[in-house]
Design a protein around this ligand. Structure first.
Ligand SMILES: Cc1ncc(COP(=O)(O)O)c(C=O)c1O
Length: 477
């Protein structure tokens, strides 16, 4: 029997793969007897134990039948297996969810996808690199790995982390919550997905700010929501444009509107809460970076004004720590809590226990606060460098919407169309500068050239150099 071993990994695994390939290729037929182990070992110049191990593996996977000593026979319905192998072509979506997924989520066009091969990239959503955090986190993880029980964590989240989150929310975000109100999730994205499943049926209306965070839009679309966008002015959401017949869910970023940076005024906050109360709507407050405010104390969250119990407050550790952590939290109104925990259970039984334990200790022991103070200072310096540079090179050609908070700025090229903006981005790229359009953050983008500049991953010196390239590009334009 001719068998080609591929040289990857242990010999018995190579032989198992080679035999399967022979089966798939039809070189060994259904019902055929495999060579005796001694004979095959001799032919291949390998030990009989290796052949025995490979046959045993094939038996365990159901490829062959029979017992050692009485011969091994190929069993599977080969025709079916071969045809499964042959079909690599895309299939029609197998469910409504899959169909909507293909329609609304295009992995190749994710906004903000990194522009490769440039010297400086103003990419939004990347973490601030911070060696002090890396070593502190490594210590916490090692400790948590040694002391955390290896059984499934509580679905709702580790009590110690929920307590630490409540303490943090009370001190920094003005939100009064008890640990039982909190569900620990794998970031904002999971929180939105849980909310969509718990609150929406296909066809229900969900309101989004325009512009908005596109990943929330996709999550709602994939769950079959009917979207209604509402514009934003200098006071935040234009509440007068909320649908008169009511909306099931209204998603907002009141502390720092994404991406425009506007802070929702008190009057609008009260108007929105009143709307939710009158229509029985739920408000999803995405408080993704409200912590980092540079001109004043961080504003209290909308949830802190909610007397009707309509606000589902979502926080994430993606900005204040780093996004690969995949941890966040939801403060859920009591009447919805069971449904959120059920949905979370169906997703993953609970977020990873070791990371939760490490984070709880990091927060309780003060490392988290120290990290926040350091990060706040670093971000403030980077933001000032970027703002100074842009203001210097603007000469009336730029409109900078500065929001005194967060990790990004929005810059408009005055009197330029969206197509001209794309040309500007292409030119910047040829000068080694990665710039990103704002258009993907609209359902219906305006015909203006807008950029979303994330400055978190560049040092002050890099920002200064990058802005020089930006200015050169602007002068040429
Ligand atoms: C508006 C907004 N909300 C939330 C997030 C964080 O999402 P997650 O917690 O899923 O990482 C981001 C990240 O870029 C964001 O821009």
């Amino acid at each position: 029997m001719h068998l080609q071993l591929d040289g990857r990994g242990p010999l018995h695994a190579q032989l198992t793969r080679a035999l399967k390939t022979a089966v798939f290729a039809g070189r060994v037929h259904q019902g055929a007897r495999l060579p005796a182990t001694r004979q095959l070992a001799r032919e291949l110049g390998i030990s009989r134990n290796t052949v025995l191990a490979a046959y045993e593996q094939l038996r365990a996977e159901g490829f062959v039948d029979g017992r050692v000593g009485s011969g091994s026979y190929v069993t599977p319905p080969l025709q079916a297996l071969r045809s499964v192998r042959a079909v690599d072509a895309p299939l029609a979506p197998q469910s409504e969810f899959a169909r909507r997924g293909r329609l609304y989520h295009d992995h190749l066009r994710i906004p903000g996808r990194r522009i490769e091969g440039v010297r400086y990239s103003f990419q939004y959503g990347v973490p601030i690199t911070n060696p002090a955090l890396t070593s502190a986190w490594a210590r916490e993880l090692a400790h948590a790995a040694a002391y955390t029980a290896p059984n499934y964590p509580m679905t709702q989240g580790l009590p110690a982390l929920r307590e630490a989150v409540c303490d943090y929310l009370a001190r920094r975000r003005g939100v009064q919550a008890q640990p039982e109100d909190v569900v620990i999730v794998d970031g904002t994205q999971q929180a939105v997905s849980l909310a969509a499943r718990v609150l929406l049926d296909a066809g229900d209306t969900a309101v989004l700010e325009e512009p908005h965070y596109s990943s929330i839009r996709e999550a709602l679309q994939i769950h079959g929501a009917r979207l209604h966008t509402v514009g934003v002015d200098q006071e935040g959401l234009l509440c007068e444009s909320l649908p008169e017949q009511g909306a099931k869910l209204v998603c907002v970023t009141p502390s720092h509107q994404f991406p425009s940076g506007v802070v929702m005024s008190l009057a609008r906050r009260l108007e929105l809460l009143d709307y939710a109360h009158r229509h029985g709507s739920w408000i999803l407050e995405d408080d993704y970076d409200g912590e980092f405010r540079y001109d004043a104390q961080p504003l209290a969250a909308l949830r802190s004004l909610d007397e009707y119990g309509r606000v589902i407050y979502v926080g994430t550790f993606s900005k204040v720590m780093f996004p690969s952590l995949r941890l966040g939290y939801v403060v859920v109104p009591a009447g919805l809590r069971g449904d959120f925990v059920n949905a979370k259970w169906q997703d993953d039984f609970g977020s990873p226990g070791i990371e939760q334990a490490a984070l709880a200790r990091f927060m309780v022991e003060g490392g988290f606060e120290r990290h926040l103070r350091r990060t706040w200072k670093t971000l403030k310096e980077r933001r000032s460098a970027l703002l100074d540079g842009l203001n210097r090179c603007s000469a009336g050609r730029l409109e900078i919407s500065d929001s005194h908070a967060g990790m990004h700025l929005v810059v408009w090229l005055k009197d330029r169309s969206r197509a001209e903006g794309e040309a500007f981005i292409a030119r910047a790229r040829s000068l080694g500068l990665g710039l990103y359009p704002i258009a993907p953050y609209y359902l219906d983008p305006p015909d203006r050239a807008g950029l979303l500049l994330g400055y978190c991953a560049l040092s002050v010196a890099e920002i200064v150099d990058a802005v020089e390239r930006f200015a050169a590009c602007l002068d040429e334009f």
